[in-house]
Design a protein. Structure first.
Length: 318
């Protein structure tokens, strides 16, 4: 076995394993290495003993963790298990594109109207919809759609919005193993739309349950990541802890400083790339954007919407 490539090192998984006729059963604490060309069938069970997934796979795994004929180990309908399995399948090829997002997961509640109500006034609205959002979740979806292997560290409530948001992330092929379910309600953004104006009320909810301990639990994933992406919609102490952890593990950090009012300039030594827009950059560094860019060469990248971005490479402005 020593000369075979280890595809998986599984720890603390709620499953039953049957490997070449030998069954290993555990509720917690199971540890098992799966090697290339090892035949394995996995059958899982919940705490109540009821099966939570069926028809997983049984066959020979190739070097990328696929069954013969490139059939994925888990079908899309088996997200609950597939995510638990995939976040343990970190071979070298997968790590090349692995990105971990640490941040917010919200449900956007959008109401459109002909006029904003005055104090004490009730009006009829024209449109109501809910849209999965949160800056962290949006970053995760964008990275996943570009082909990255994406994990997200965050929190949702044990409510309808939380379940819907987790389902949406799973459908986007984002690993949600490190998304906590808490007693706090899921975070929301109430967006009121009127003509070209809008007013937004954000209730952080479970996003403020993303503690340093939650991030520490994801240390092994962060250590294997090619980049960690962050924003400012989780507690400040968690942001600081994550930045220092990434520095310790030598993992690059891409930081979107929004909302910019919560940013601490003392974090700059821990950030690889800071990506404010022009308004946020002026708030953080003053109105002289060229001086700000020259102060942080190849680190400060100002986003310009449809016009792209600009930075200073140490010799010239790009």
């Amino acid at each position: 076995m020593e000369n075979k490539k280890v595809l998986l090192s599984i720890e603390d998984l709620h499953v039953k394993f049957r490997v070449r006729g030998r069954q290993l059963t555990a509720i917690r604490g199971i540890s098992l290495d799966i090697y290339e060309n090892e035949s394995i069938a996995i059958v899982g069970e919940s705490g109540s003993g009821k099966s939570v997934f069926t028809k997983t796979f049984a066959g020979m795994l190739d070097q990328n963790g696929y069954v013969s004929k490139k059939r994925k180990a888990f079908k899309k309908s088996n997200n609950r298990c597939r995510n638990k399995f995939d976040d343990l399948r970190y071979n070298e090829e997968g790590n090349e594109k692995m990105i971990t997002i640490v941040g917010s997961i919200n449900m956007d509640i959008v109401v459109q109207m002909d006029t904003f109500p005055k104090q004490g006034e009730t009006i009829l609205g024209q449109l109501f919809t809910t849209i999965p959002g949160g800056k962290g979740a949006n970053q995760a979806v964008a990275a996943a759609r570009l082909g990255s292997n994406v994990q997200i560290v965050g929190a949702v409530g044990e409510d309808g919005f939380g379940k819907e948001l987790l389902q949406n992330l799973n459908e986007e092929n984002i690993n949600t193993r490190f998304v906590q379910s808490t007693q706090t309600s899921t975070g929301i953004a109430n967006i009121l739309l009127y003509e070209n104006d809008n007013r937004i009320i954000v209730v952080p909810g479970a996003n403020f349950d993303v503690t340093p301990e939650v991030v520490e639990n994801a240390r092994s994933v962060i250590e294997q990541s090619k980049m960690v992406v962050m924003q400012l919609e989780i507690p400040v102490e968690t942001i600081e802890y994550t930045l220092k952890l990434c520095k310790e593990l030598n993992v690059p950090v891409l930081f979107n400083p929004a909302p910019a009012a919560n940013f601490n300039i003392e974090w700059m030594p821990y950030i690889t790339y800071l990506t404010p827009n022009e308004t946020e950059c002026a708030l953080l560094f003053g109105d002289d954007l060229e001086t700000a860019l020259e102060t942080y060469p190849n680190q400060l990248i100002i986003t310009l919407g449809a016009d792209g971005a600009r930075y200073f490479d140490g010799e010239k402005h790009v």
